[in-house]
Design a protein. Structure first.
Length: 233
């Protein structure tokens, strides 16, 4: 469903001004009392191995990758935002907050996670946790958030990430929003590795079964795209 309206000039958070309805990632509805995690979809940059353009807009079985990821993550969280640089108007049809990197130099996924944390603190202050997922993982499990929460344990600062087939996926993770200041300091000091930063906070791992189907399959090239097309429903 498309939404018309100007794009807000609020720093690092731009959205259609007319799209403020519950569940779209903007303030509204029951935002204060709902304590479920929120999510940020990490835009993933340019799809150079698939002809260029936004990876989020690459089509899988006739629909953008972003659609597939939103279908999987939206039912599990309070609200969703998209981390993406450039003109946010190209995502206006989705009616979700579009977050530019809050630090210069395109430092990678950590900047998108920081943008998500700051958006969560500002727009959903009752929310303690942010879930990060990449835009090129169209097969995310429907119990992702529940299992990350269970793996994390009771500590205040610990992070939980997903794993499958013995491999960790640090960009698929549950982050305490309270880590925003520590992450900003790490980025200012030159940090770029998501896994290293997560480890420094205390990292729990949620292992997901992947017999025959890896739920964290990355679509990085046309071969991956063809493989995902055979698996996605």
């Amino acid at each position: 469903m498309a939404h018309s309206g100007r794009i807000s000039s609020t720093p690092n958070c731009r959205w259609p001004a007319a799209a403020c309805y519950p569940g779209n990632g903007l303030r509204g509805g029951n935002a204060v009392s709902d304590q479920r995690p929120v999510a940020v979809v990490l835009g993933g940059g340019l799809a150079r191995r698939m002809g260029g353009g936004d990876k989020a807009l690459v089509r899988l079985r006739g629909r953008p990758l972003l659609d597939h990821v939103l279908d999987r993550i939206r039912p599990q969280v309070r609200a969703v935002a998209l981390s993406a640089n450039g003109d946010p108007a190209r995502f206006i049809a989705w009616g979700i907050a579009v977050l530019a990197d809050p630090v210069p130099g395109n430092p990678g996924p950590l900047a998108g996670i920081l943008a998500g944390m700051r958006w969560a603190r500002r727009m959903h202050p009752a929310t303690r946790f942010l879930v990060s997922v990449p835009t090129d993982t169209p097969l995310l499990p429907d119990d992702l958030v529940a299992r990350l929460l269970a793996a994390r344990g009771p500590g205040e600062s610990g992070v939980a990430c997903a794993a499958s087939r013995g491999q960790r996926h640090p960009v698929v993770a549950l982050w305490p929003v309270a880590l925003a200041d520590a992450l900003a300091e790490a980025l200012a000091a030159g940090a770029q590795g998501v896994g290293a930063f997560a480890e420094a906070q205390g990292l729990a791992v949620a292992e997901f079964p992947a017999a025959g189907l890896d739920p964290f399959l990355n679509v990085n090239d046309r071969h991956d795209l063809a493989g995902a097309a055979r698996l996605v429903t």
